[in-house]
Design a protein around this ligand. Structure first.
Ligand code: HEC
Length: 444
């Protein structure tokens, strides 16, 4: 279990550093590069979200001292799950000896070392991909203006043909915007094709707003009018999203897949934020494809608290408002594999708990310090068997006080809404079941 950062840790760290320096010198090639490859380069390479690359010594050397600071304070690699609950396959947290190696290297001249000690460079996918897609679907173009009133660009929905002509089991999915700097989020749903389908047309969710850009209370609510019913059935319709800090979902970890039927259309839910420069985004969706249909299917769920302003209203200056909980009861045996909290700038914490039918409750994920910029997904290291009748209860708190440095204005009541200065309480999760099971029958 990773240690929490404390003064005691720093004390012992400098002793280790001194002892290490006396024996064999820590070098980039021998000691540091393997750590960077395993824990940092997924983001710290060209085309990914981190602003600087750590592929080579020349790239990494200027950041030696900063690296030490961020690994000792556990700011990097980013991870927000409370280590007391659950083990996660994608937990990038460094072991204490790796932290000490980086600190030691930074404190002792950040030397390059011998090239023959370096591990082979990692063959990272090109073109911004985290997966090596077998199949790429082109998304719709959206022109994002340089500015709008209050910088609101309402959500829109656009359908495109998938181009998939035979039933296809996909095993991972990544959404890749061409312009991440304006992309707030993109979610996709699979829809059965209907003859009246109009492709590449934006359907805008226009909401009446007040002068400050907040949705008028009478217009608060989910976009049910706009989202076609077929996209809302069963699991909630969202198959995957691009959000800050999360772009890929990998079903391969669990030997599972998702079936995309021949002729399926793909519905995009798009939200952009102007950044001062007019720009056109054109996202791609990449999939890896199973050679043999997997025995198990991966089913994604989108849940939410009621958006009703009578029950979802975060009082001004309230630093710890608890929203109504989200509850789902499993009506079949399932295996829980993934969870991801979604809130906006006032989001403070979220906890996922299972209440078993006979007795006992278990916390399966706790994110005590939610950060809008890091909306990570948490892949359970081992699928968790959840018997029929178990209830999933998700609770969350919001910080609408001045102590929340992301809070745009603590002096107003915050209601549910599509913009980051409005709020949401949307727990996502996913389960794995046999592929013969109807995914629409798993919860109530
Ligand atoms: C999931 C993606 C991701 C991973 C993994 C990751 N980083 Fe970062 N890192 C970022 C992003 C994005 C930024 C810039 C924004 C920020 O500072 O939060 C950043 C910033 C940094 C900075 C600059 C901090 C500053 O204060 O200016 C350092 C140093 C750093 N990372 C080191 C590391 C090291 C070392 C690792 C591996 C042990 C690592 N990062 C892993 C995404 C990542």
């Amino acid at each position: 279990m990773p240690h929490r950062f404390s003064l005691a840790t720093i004390g012992s760290l400098s002793m280790v550093v001194a002892a290490g320096a006396a024996s064999s010198p820590v070098t980039f090639n021998k000691d540091v590069l393997p750590i960077l490859q395993e824990h940092c380069q997924s983001c710290h390479r060209p085309g990914q979200i981190a602003p600087m690359s750590f592929l080579t010594y020349e790239d990494a050397r200027p950041w030696a001292k900063a690296m030490k600071v961020v690994v000792v304070t556990k700011k990097m690699p980013p991870w927000f799950a409370d280590p007391k609950f659950g083990h996660f396959a994608n937990d990038p947290t460094l072991q204490q000896n790796d932290i000490e190696t980086i600190a030691n290297w930074a404190d002792n001249g950040a030397m390059e070392g011998d090239a023959k000690d370096a591990p082979k460079s990692v063959n990272w996918p090109r073109g911004g991909w985290e997966i090596e897609p077998d199949l790429i679907v082109k998304g719709p173009e959206t022109a994002v203006p340089a500015h709008t009133k209050n910088d609101v660009v309402e959500w829109s929905y656009v359908t495109v043909p998938s181009g998939i002509t035979e039933d296809t089991w996909v095993t991972s999915m990544q959404i890749l915007p061409s312009e991440p700097s304006v992309t707030h989020h993109i979610c996709v749903s699979f829809r059965e094709h209907t003859p009246d389908m109009k492709y590449n047309e934006h359907v805008w969710v226009d909401r009446p707003r007040d002068e400050s850009g907040s949705t008028l209370p009478s217009a608060v609510g989910f976009n049910a009018r706009i989202i076609p019913k077929s996209a809302l059935s069963g699991s909630g319709g969202m198959e995957g999203c691009y959000v800050p800090g999360r772009v890929t979902q990998d079903y391969r970890i669990y030997g599972a897949g998702k079936l995309i039927k021949a002729g399926t259309d793909i519905l995009f839910q798009l939200h952009y934020t102007p950044n001062g420069k007019a720009i056109t985004d054109r996202p791609l969706v990449g999939f890896t494809v199973a050679k043999v249909p997997p025995q198990r299917q991966y089913v994604s769920f989108t849940t939410a608290t009621p958006a009703d302003p009578k029950v979802f209203a975060i009082p001004a200056n309230d630093g710890n408002w608890e929203s109504p909980a989200v509850e789902r009861t499993f009506t079949e045996d399932v295996e829980l594999v993934w969870m991801s909290p979604h809130m906006h700038l006032c989001g403070k914490d979220m906890t996922f708990r299972l209440v078993y039918p006979d007795s006992g409750t278990e916390t399966v994920l706790s994110v005590p310090r939610y950060d809008f910029n890091w909306q990570l997904g948490y892949d359970l290291a081992k699928p968790l068997k959840v018997p029929k009748g178990t209830k999933l209860i998700v609770t969350a708190h919001f910080d609408n006080s001045i102590n929340n440095r992301f809070n745009p204005d603590p002096n107003r009541t915050v209601y549910w809404g599509d913009m980051s200065w409005e709020e949401m309480m949307v727990p996502f999760f996913a389960v794995v079941v046999d592929r013969s099971v109807d995914p629409d029958s798993l919860t109530k």
